[in-house]
Design a protein around this ligand. Sequence first.
Ligand code: URA
Length: 249
Amino acid sequence: MSQKLLAQVLAYYRDLGFKDIYRRMPEKASPAVTEPAAAVEAEPPALLPVIELPGLTPADDTLEKIREDIGDCKRCRLHEGRHNIVFGVGNPRAKIVFVGEGPGEDEDLQGIPFVGKAGQLLTAMIENTAKKEGIPLLRADVYIANVVKCRPPKNRTPEPDEMEICGQFLFRQLEVLKPKAICVLGGTAMRALLGGKEGVTKMRGQWYKWRGIPVMVTYHPSYLLRAYNAGPKREAWEDLKKLFHFVYD
Ligand code: URA
């Protein structure tokens, strides 16, 4: 990368509020012998401190470090109305990670994802489906996180820049957790991980991949709470069955 382009990239991330820039390490290099970041042709412009790795994910990343890096985040406008950063909850060795959109009012107040009405439905969906299928699985056995960690005002859909900024922390969580499968709940989580413009109705019930990890798409529980008929609920139940059998059979 030329110095000029590097300067532009660094400035872009600085404007987004990033204080540290990391660089992905070569696959097998040990940190002790790895060249300092951007030690290519010449020293990079002194715009930001350049720190060895995490490109986007440090080799020795942990959930605790990600939470620490989020800090008292003010990287986007969503911090303005929040009471709590809703980081994520569950078993750090979970085989399944559920990804939602962003905290609602209850989640914002308690600092825990999916604890309101939609969350109660999600818990029931997980536990009842697993029980019916003879799979010993409770909510506490999975991990649950959101694309954005602060409540959007009036529960509006997160804006692309908010998803872009906060999504980096979700990606690091997923890389650390390394689940056997991810289940994206609704369109926002689906777009954050898989991109594209298709709707959930078209994408649900099928397998995709995010950085090599299988991803199942299903409806967001809030949508199921609003649905007029039992069709989508039945479909979501089928999606979870597929997910649980893939992971636990
Ligand atoms: N909806 C979400 O997407 N996430 C939550 O944590 C709660 C409701």
